[in-house]
Design a protein around this ligand. Sequence first.
Ligand SMILES: Cc1ncc(COP(=O)(O)O)c(C=O)c1O
Length: 450
Amino acid sequence: MLLLGTQRINEQGHLEIGGCDAVELARQFGTPLYVLDEATFRQNMRDYRRAFDKRYPRNEIAYAGKALLCMAVARIVAQEGYDLDVASAGELYTALKAGFPPEKVVFHGNNKSLFELHMAVQHGVGRIVVDNLLELEMLERVAAEAGKQVSILIRVTPGIDPHTHRFIRTGQADTKFGLNIRNGYALEGVRRALALPHLRVKGIHCHVGSQLLDTEAQERAVKIMVDFMHTLRKQLNYIVEELNIGGGLGIRYIESHQPPTFEEYAERIVGVLTQQLERRNLPYPTLLQEPGRALVGEAGVTLYTIGAIKQVPIHQPPGTRTYVAVDGGMSDNPRPQLYDAVYTALVANKANQPADTVVTIAGKHCETDILIRNVAIAQPEPGDILAVPSTGAYNYAMSSNYNRFPRPAMVLVNAGHAEVIVERETLDDLLAHDRIPERLRSEQPVMERA
Ligand SMILES: Cc1ncc(COP(=O)(O)O)c(C=O)c1O
């Protein structure tokens, strides 16, 4: 059984998260329900930073808001003294409305609109990570119009293929992100940026991929980035002040996942970085990072109510499969469909009973919509509460209204208290943007049949 962070089994034999009984949470707030464990999220942020602060003199860590962002999360991130990585006007707006200091925001995106660039410049965002040459020109114009100097990083592609799902690999040469180091585009990008009067080039950025379960790809990226820093000094006489190596460290979705601990990760990354900097005789840059999943993923649990249970005959291998349907699915967690992501589950109201029944957890959408295949849980019955751990990252953030499902609520749990931080959408919320043109209001069809 995967019990993470503050999770434990209480005296009633129920799953407890952040001191709150999961069954009681489901009763009080309804299901599906996203539960975010504040203590685990904060502890992860502290432990991650401490692991690097112990080993490297200058660290600046941004939480990647794409993993999970709402105003309460932005407040927690601000209180922890982290920077915040945003990748759209919507994420930036959420941060600003939550009172997040704009100078601690890092703005990303491979196709930022003029509107987004204006918004970022107007609000004095701390760093804009420029992805391409068009953006460089657009940003120079926006900054000039605003009469401001804008600090930027240039996103480069180290040409590394990490061993992770193809949809969450970003550092390989064949990618839409950044400027390629190998074909000279990255060098050209930095050269052009240095000549633009309203842009201050602080350094370079890369991100190799997500859910990395070992450090190998990230270590190779660091080596390539330091080599590129060396090239920049040699070719352009430019010294990188800030090196951003993105995020990507993986988490435990199932028992067999064993990502490096924060300490192990920091040890390897800082080891390679300092060794390469010494080898190239380069001054130590500030090391910037932007982990998302590693900080918030294991702090999230989704609670569902079990409904229909079906047994169907299967031929390979011969036997029966038990489908256990829950009241959510790919609209609250599209990752199994998108990435073949794996999860485990437990019956929250039977957390002390043996997990002796192998079932397939089905969502309720009009697709195959399987959340988890072949997971062993306690004997399920309709009305039981199913808990799926490690749903803090890229679940709510990627949720949709498919089949016109209202999005679930999210509660923040801490020391036995639970507070709603995202309200459950209502059926009327689903209609809030629908409009019926006047001509469709009549009972009569107005189009001639062909
Ligand atoms: C540029 C960038 N930075 C940071 C992240 C965060 O990655 P993770 O949540 O795996 O740490 C991503 C994820 O896609 C990203 O694209």
